[in-house]
Design a protein around this ligand. Structure first.
Ligand SMILES: CC(C)(COP(=O)(O)OP(=O)(O)OC[C@H]1O[C@@H](n2cnc3c(N)ncnc32)[C@H](O)[C@@H]1OP(=O)(O)O)[C@@H](O)C(=O)NCCC(=O)NCCS
Length: 157
């Protein structure tokens, strides 16, 4: 594939949310139901956000959250299936890793269900022992708060 006309963009004001929603629906099994209002919030709170373009067509996306020093996380790495296997995914992740908010952090985390080999080629290592997750849906959060409130507090002097 000739990729000489493909452009990478780190300016998140250029994100086209309609195209991004379609790209998620086409490519990302974990992000089928994302709506545009929530995508706007996620991107406003992520840095860097990197997009990949074939002229006006959005063909790749990745974003990170970072404290700039200690920890960063990379999320939602996707390349349009029509463009996979040409090295764009690797360059996308490397572009995120080279951003000033990410390139000096102690540890960069990500979670992946099927793409361990892809990330290993970029330098990531398997880290099965340290990751935990809270599935924070509003119902269970309220339920948890209710249950915590019901725990009696005793103060021994
Ligand atoms: C994962 C994904 C981003 C990779 O993008 P891509 O543009 O196809 O990847 P590249 O062409 O840059 O591949 C880079 C290297 O990884 C290898 N690779 C890519 N996908 C791989 C896979 N699933 N398993 C093993 N190796 C893989 C390539 O062969 C290439 O190897 P090389 O070092 O020998 O050249 C893309 O397949 C995708 O969007 N998948 C669906 C969404 C997804 O699962 N994203 C990851 C979420 S955590």
């Amino acid at each position: 594939m000739d990729c000489s006309h493909i452009q990478f963009c780190a300016d998140k004001t250029k994100v086209n949310f309609v195209q991004l929603q379609r790209l998620f629906a086409k490519t990302a099994f974990w992000a089928q139901e994302r709506n545009i209002d929530d995508l706007r919030i996620a991107i406003a709170n992520s840095n860097p956000v990197v997009t990949v373009w074939d002229k006006q067509r959005l063909i790749g996306f990745a974003r990170a959250t970072s404290d700039g020093v200690y920890r960063a996380g990379i999320w939602d790495v996707i390349v349009d299936p029509d463009y996979q296997g040409a090295g764009l995914g690797r360059k996308l992740v490397q572009t995120v890793l080279s951003h000033p908010l990410v390139n000096r952090v102690e540890r960069v985390y990500l979670t992946t269900t099927h793409q361990q080999s892809f990330y290993e080629r970029i330098g990531f290592e398997k880290n099965e022992t340290t990751t935990m997750v809270l599935y924070n849906n509003p119902e269970s959060a309220e339920d948890l708060a209710r249950r915590i409130k019901a725990i009696p507090v005793t103060i021994d002097n």
